[in-house]
Design a protein around this ligand. Structure first.
Ligand SMILES: [Zn+2]
Length: 231
């Protein structure tokens, strides 16, 4: 069986290519993302799109991708409603809520808490910001924290889901920076992390190097946009 790859497309945007052949986008901010590689701005296919919250740098191209590729879109219920109003076909839209787990053709998505805000790009109510635990067909588990500060209940996410890999924001300013992120890793109990939401804009000053210095027991992947890791 092939490996699963996780490709960072800059900011909080990721493409997962599962060992079983599915392609999943998380927070597909492609067009308008200053760090998204040019060759990644027009997806060739997308089976599933997962959106953590309503801000434009996370919703990104979700509607266009869903319309073009017939992707299933998963998001917190109010945000899913908004996405439906924007033209994501209703039969391909799953709006659920925190603590809930859904199974999309063998890939499980659990919506977790996150501490952030979540208005939709047009200013309308977008529900609450969230994160995802994504359990792939082969049982590998990825935790996408979404935009958040550190919080003590990350320990529960570690205890309940035991993620193999944590994808956490480290840029500071709008989310936690390296100091809080190091504690997040400790609470999650993970051995490996892919940092995101850094380097996109000048205010996002946190770096993977700074996190690695504070989190000596964890492998902090130091990626450039377009780089991939094997899960
Ligand atoms: Zn953001």
């Amino acid at each position: 069986m092939a490996d699963t790859t996780l490709t960072w497309l800059g900011h909080a945007t990721f493409r997962i290519d599962t060992a079983a052949g599915k392609r999943i986008y998380v927070d597909p901010f492609l067009n308008g993302n200053p760090t998204c590689p040019a060759g990644e701005q027009e997806p060739e296919r997308a089976d599933i799109v997962a959106v953590t919250h309503g801000h434009a740098d996370h919703v990104g191209d979700t509607v266009a991708i869903a319309q073009k590729h017939g992707s299933t879109v998963v998001a917190q219920v109010e945000l899913a409603g908004w996405l439906g109003n924007q033209g994501v076909p209703g039969d391909k839209l799953i709006g659920f809520n925190k603590g809930g787990t859904i199974d999309v053709d063998g890939v499980k998505f659990t919506l977790t808490n996150a501490f952030h805000s979540s208005s939709a790009p047009d200013g309308s109510y977008g529900g609450e910001a969230a994160g995802f635990v994504i359990e792939l067909e082969d049982g590998k588990k990825l935790y996408f924290a979404g935009d958040t500060c550190v919080f003590g209940d990350m320990q529960l996410i570690g205890r309940i889901y035991s993620p193999d890999l944590a994808i956490i924001p480290i840029g500071d300013f709008y989310t936690m920076g390296p100091r809080e992120a190091a504690v997040a890793l400790e609470l999650l109990g993970v051995q490996r992390c892919v940092p995101c939401h850094w380097g996109t804009f000048p205010v996002l000053t946190g770096t993977p190097q700074a996190l690695q210095e504070l989190a000596s027991g964890v492998k902090v992947e130091q990626l450039e946009p377009g780089d991939a890791v094997t899960v």
